[in-house]
Ligand binder design. Structure first.
Ligand SMILES: CCCCC/C=C\C/C=C\C=C\CC(=O)SCCNC(=O)CCNC(=O)[C@H](O)C(C)(C)COP(=O)(O)OP(=O)(O)OC[C@H]1O[C@@H](n2cnc3c(N)ncnc32)[C@H](O)[C@@H]1OP(=O)(O)O
Length: 299
């Protein structure tokens, strides 16, 4: 159940199984409706401040916010609800997990499973990208940890990226390092942000950038001390909110629609392509080796 934190602010824990359809109003505070059962299974929490219209969505999928099917679905449903909620004007995306924004797509969803599973998973990856890249409201990524591959993609869909100034955190599309290939819409999102030449080098090498290097190539817009990431995101959101909404929204759509439309025109083919690629023995072998490397890193 939503709990009032301070005047006009509600904490919304949302497990995908707990979300009900449609938003609802509770007195002066507009929030999402959820049932009160099993709130501990929530992989995200959302705080919507109805006095400012700013929602903060925190990812909390232990250990590293890897994007599995359930988590992606939950994020998508919450984003949809916020988009429909008139009291919400912008969403800040951040992490509740220490040191990690998101570890990207959950590799276990792409390893050792059957084609039907791969297809359902890829559909949910498409959904989250379509929802975020085409999002009508303002989104700001408050990147308070490492953000490889799919984690970087989530950040790239935001209207503005603010990263914590910690050289241990890195961000980038590192797919080639896993022996896999970022699909065209990952590539387009990167290209629209950093330009052609930088995207080309970045994708081929699977480069991961420290915050200061990410700033140099415009992969992020601002680097601030870690403890200021959220407050700076809120300040930045306020600047966005000062712009007439319809004009900003149309401008955003004008910039992004061609890329969104490109995926919309070939969703099924893109899923087929993914399933056939990820099912190859050589790709499964690469992913298996990468998973072993992640485990060995600890010992
Ligand atoms: C030509 C046609 C092309 C068509 C398109 C086809 C294909 C495209 C396909 C896919 C695109 C994929 C995009 C992706 O997002 S792939 C995922 C990339 N992610 C990574 O490389 C991140 C790997 N992880 C790390 O670098 C570190 O774990 C991290 C920096 C995130 C955290 O480091 P830390 O030291 O704190 O923690 P660890 O001990 O390493 O990890 C803890 C625990 O979590 C497991 N884990 C980490 N990342 C993932 C992940 N992405 N998926 C699943 N599991 C992950 C890790 O193995 C540890 O597990 P355990 O040992 O505790 O069991």
């Amino acid at each position: 159940m939503a709990a009032v934190l301070r005047r006009g602010v509600k904490l919304i824990s949302s497990g995908s199984s707990q979300l009900l359809s449609g938003g609802c109003k509770h007195g002066r505070t507009s929030t999402l409706c959820i049932s009160s059962s099993r709130p501990s299974s929530s992989k995200i929490n959302v705080e919507l401040d109805s006095s400012t219209g700013i929602a903060v969505m925190r990812f909390q999928n232990p250990l590293v916010n890897s994007l599995n099917l359930d988590f992606l679905t939950e994020i998508c449903i919450s984003l949809e609800k916020l988009e429909l909620d008139k009291s919400c004007r912008g969403v800040i995306l951040t992490s509740a997990q220490p040191k990690i924004f998101s570890a990207g797509l959950d590799i276990l969803e792409m390893y050792g499973k059957n084609p039907e599973h791969y297809a359902a998973f890829w559909k949910s990856v498409q959904e989250i990208w379509l929802k975020l890249y085409g999002y009508s409201k303002i989104t700001i990524a408050a990147i308070n940890g490492s953000s490889p591959a799919g984690g970087c993609l989530i950040a790239l869909t935001a209207d503005y990226r603010i990263m914590a100034d910690n050289p241990r955190y890195t961000i980038g599309l590192n797919e080639t390092q896993l022996g896999i290939v970022a699909p065209f819409w990952f590539k387009d999102t990167m290209l629209n942000t950093v330009g052609h030449r930088t995207a080309e080098l970045s994708l081929q090498f699977g480069l991961m950038y420290t915050p200061s290097d990410a700033l140099k190539i415009n992969l992020v817009d601002l680097v601030v001390p870690e403890e200021q990431v959220l407050s700076t995101a809120t300040e930045t959101m306020t600047k966005f909110l000062a712009i007439p909404g319809h004009a900003r929204e149309i401008s955003k759509s004008m910039m992004r629609k061609p890329v969104v439309d490109r995926l919309l025109s070939c969703r099924d083919a893109d899923i087929k392509n993914f399933v056939s690629f990820i099912s190859k023995d050589s790709i499964q072998k690469s992913l298996g080796q990468y998973l072993s490397m992640l485990k060995q890193k600890k010992s």
